[in-house]
Design a protein around this ligand. Structure first.
Ligand SMILES: [Fe+2]
Length: 424
């Protein structure tokens, strides 16, 4: 979390940001019926209604209850319904059973949001302490994380329906020009610095900034494409155990993976479920919805490897945080082919989260914050891998070069893809 002494984001600016982010969530939910927003399609995914309520519960629990004397909770039962994983805040609805919360209705959740919004607006109109501003800011970044999850979870839900409904306009997107063969850019080895320097907002797990030793390496100037992935499939990539980590091969045997998540083969052509309904797979766009195990196997097949997170962050130094993001739900919501001919690294931000070969572990000197917010990231630092760069479902402005996303290596429902690297 940001340094409480920082001078950025005073209350009026934070109030504007609050209105914008909260409005984005309402806009993302607008195309959904109460039923769309209630059903849970798998234990990893949450109903949209739950996301909308949980982020509101976060403000109520972390910001309002401790800092607004006489604050009246909207509904005392919501603490049980919408706590995610905060042991220090009490018992909660088990995660795999969030879809059982058919009541309250979506409308009541929107009323809950309005109740909390009014209280936060009043708090910010006063002269809140810097520590309170920090919690509001954390709450906004938390809400943006859930905006992305709302989209990925709706995609998963809609993919279960025989009708394959489209969340957004299903008109096929124009086919873009191919990105050209990937070029590998050289970077020197040595002692570098990575991690957030404390200037502006960052999650606790992004710091402290520290030294890392890297060897000379080369990294691809764009992400791996669907077309390249189809070559991997046609070459028997999913059938050759020698390409796979042992745990990854076990997934293949158990789940019979033979293509990225959401892909279906029809008359020799690949189609994919997307937020715009079923669409032909665009060979020029970055591959997405692949697990760490698949990304690693592809890299082995290609005679390359995944970058480490230190290499990725070092390579991204100085690049603008521009790319194909969600734009409050108004974006493409699908990865886009890399711009042909543009020199330097392309697609580092937006399009697809890029798996790295780095496990999600604490940086040297990391300490979880005191209290409930200390449960935010620290307790997840085992058994997961770091992904970098954000995706086409990431809210615009949410990403940083130091941002560390993390998922277990078998997960595929996020917009996760890869970029290749190799030793120089
Ligand atoms: Fe959360």
């Amino acid at each position: 979390m940001a340094d409480p002494a920082r001078k950025t984001n005073p209350a009026p600016e934070l109030a504007d940001a609050y209105a914008r982010v909260r409005g984005d969530s309402r806009a993302l939910a607008a195309p959904l019926s109460d039923a769309d927003a209630t059903v849970q399609s798998m234990p990893d995914a949450s109903p949209a209604k739950w996301h909308l309520a949980h982020v509101t519960w976060f403000f109520e629990t972390m910001v309002l209850k401790p800092n607004v004397p006489g604050y009246r909770a909207f509904d005392d039962s919501f603490n049980y319904l919408f706590n995610s994983y905060y042991e220090s805040v009490g018992e909660r609805q088990p995660r795999p059973r969030r879809g059982m919360i058919t009541r309250p209705h979506l409308d009541r959740i929107l009323d809950y949001r309005a109740h909390v919004d009014a209280a936060v607006a009043e708090l910010l109109a006063g002269d809140p302490a810097p520590s309170v501003l920090d919690l509001v800011e954390l709450g906004l970044h938390h809400e943006q994380q859930h905006q992305e999850l709302l989209l990925t979870d709706i995609l998963h839900l809609f993919a279960q329906s025989p009708l394959r409904p489209a969340y957004r306009d299903p008109t096929p997107l124009p086919v873009a020009q191919g990105p050209g063969t990937a070029r590998f850019l050289d970077f020197d080895g040595g002692i570098i610095e990575i991690g957030h320097d404390g200037d502006g907002f960052a999650y606790d797990c992004e710091g402290p900034r520290h030294q890392a030793l890297i060897q000379p390496f080369r990294i691809a100037d764009r992400c791996v494409t669907n077309g390249e992935w189809i070559e991997f499939i046609r070459d028997g990539g999913y059938r050759d155990p020698l390409l796979w980590l042992s745990d990854g091969w076990a997934q293949i045997l158990e789940h019979r993976w033979s293509a990225p998540f959401y892909w279906e083969e029809c008359d020799g052509e690949f189609w994919s479920m997307t937020l715009r309904g079923m669409q032909p797979v665009d060979p020029n766009a970055p591959v997405t919805h692949v697990s760490y195990f698949e990304a690693d196997a592809f890299a082995s097949w290609a005679g390359k490897r995944l970058p480490t997170e230190a290499e990725w962050e070092h390579a991204s130094k100085g690049l603008p945080l521009a790319g194909n993001f969600a734009e409050g739900g108004a974006g493409r919501l699908r990865p886009k082919p890399a711009e042909p001919g543009r020199p330097g690294l392309r697609q580092m931000f937006g399009d697809v989260w890029e798996w790295t070969r780095s496990p999600f572990t604490p940086y040297p000197g990391f300490k979880a914050a005191e209290g409930a917010v200390g449960e935010y990231n620290g307790k997840f630092m085992n058994g997961q891998y770091v992904l970098r760069g954000g995706s086409c479902a990431t809210p615009t402005g949410h990403i940083r070069a130091t941002y560390r996303n993390f998922f277990q290596p078998d997960k595929r429902w996020q917009f996760s893809g890869l970029r290749l690297a190799e030793d120089a």
